[in-house]
Design a binder for this molecule. Sequence first.
Ligand code: OOG
Ligand code: MG
Length: 264
Amino acid sequence: MTDNRLDTDAELVARLADTLDEAALAHRTVARPTDSTDLDLTTAYRVQRAVIDRRLARGEALIGVKMGFTSRAKMIQMGVDDVIWGLLTDAMLVEEGGVLDPGGLIHPRIEPEIAFLIGSPLSGTITPAEAVRAVAGVAVAYEVLDSRYADFDFTLPDVIADNASAAGFGFGTWHDPAGLDLSNLGLLVEIDGRVVASGSSAAILGNPLRSLIAAARLAAEAGLELRPGWVVLAGAATAAMPLPKGVHVRVSAAGLGRAEVTTR
Ligand code: OOG
Ligand code: MG
């Protein structure tokens, strides 16, 4: 019985991972897993990991994690109410000032983030002081989202399985976190010079450092550690904006400068 059950679970995880991976490669939406299965959060994270394993098998490397729904603005926009995470690979990284081709995406959105550069390994329950000590740099960043579900319409297990809608990200210059108060930095998103979203880093769990602490906890639960050189995206401070073709996007944060990307 138990063995059969494990086999069935493993098959389900592999099948869902294949479907989501192929959808991302083909820039096509797929049905939500919860429309046809009782996907619990643990199994959803196993699907996420299996999706990433398929990318790693194609030569991509794990370079960090992204936190999701760490702000009320995002929870309300997406209709969910729990903090989640996704995994970032080097293929998702857009070089600073670089060009992104949205043609490879289904319905991209962009959102402002605070990024941490990990300086020493982090995993498990940590204090704010330990979190600060482990950070080698902090930067303003943006995340490009692309749900593999129509209209970004999903439940929590669906979006976890879909690697938290991760598609791309970029960041500006790293700053020394020592002496920087991250608790209330103004954040702006401009598209072709027009402000399309504004917010504060306070929206991210009151202080983005709390998101890093949550990332360390989730890492331990996943049997991972946040490694030196990894990037942690703390989560968007505002709702995400549609990302059109042929525009210039600038995300800026008081004291952290800016991160910029142009779409083809
Ligand atoms: C899920 C990803 C959420 C954030 O910063 O809150 C996220 C989505 O909105 O599709 O990345
Ligand atoms: Mg995000």
